[in-house]
Design a binder for this molecule. Structure first.
Ligand code: IMP
Ligand code: MG
Length: 188
């Protein structure tokens, strides 16, 4: 299935759908069920902005359906890569306000790629005294994990091929976040 871009600057591109809105909704329900089965107590959900905002919004409502009543706070992280795959630093652009001491934290992000962003976030929460830190990502690009980063998702929506994807919160230069499906951009 394809969708034409509404991008006047890129008339020769289209977006090829990888995961449809229906597939995403179906998968999220199962994810939430898995999470709820393992967390019947007070969970602190921390979406990593910006890319996770739509996934997190859907996920917490599905968690509600499964009887969870999580606390939610947000962290905004930016990862800067210097052109190599083995380096890159992560900066906090906006921190959470909640004290994580003794809390069961669920970090939620759009994509686990090199793993740098979530490794940074998980280490930060552990350093601050979280009782447990789990990771839930919408897409797992496992082939792109950095060799020096030891992190995996406890929960993931879909395994994702090595393609640049947009939609469902994920962007290319801050565009396409509004698409209700996940796709990748193809040159015609
Ligand atoms: P990493 O795991 O630290 O390498 O970074 C993952 C982050 O990079 C994600 O949270 C996204 O913000 C961004 N990212 C990685 N791949 C893509 C993509 O295909 N489309 C849009 N953003 C991406
Ligand atoms: Mg991100």
């Amino acid at each position: 299935m394809t969708t034409n871009l509404v991008d006047a600057n890129s008339p020769k591109k289209h977006i090829e759908t990888l995961f449809t809105r229906e597939q995403i909704a179906e998968r999220n329900k199962l994810l939430a069920k898995d999470i709820a089965a393992q967390h019947d107590h007070d969970l602190l959900v921390i979406p990593v902005l910006k890319g996770s905002f739509i996934f997190a919004a859907d996920l917490i409502r599905d968690l509600h359906t499964h009887g969870l009543s999580p606390q939610v706070d947000f962290i905004y992280l930016a990862s800067y890569h210097d052109g190599t795959t083995s380096s890159g630093t992560v900066n906090i652009l906006r921190d959470i306000e909640t004290d994580v001491t003794g809390r069961d934290v669920l970090l939620v992000d759009d994509i686990l790629e090199s793993g740098r962003t979530l490794k940074f976030a998980a280490d930060l929460m552990e350093k601050r005294g979280a009782a447990s830190v789990k990771i839930c990502v919408f897409l797992d690009k496992e082939v792109l994990r950095a060799k020096d980063i030891d992190i995996e998702a406890d929960y993931f929506g879909f395994k994702c091929p090595d393609l640049f994807v947009v939609g469902y919160g994920m962007d290319l230069a801050q565009r396409y976040r509004e698409l209700p499906f996940v796709g990748h951009i193809v040159e015609d």
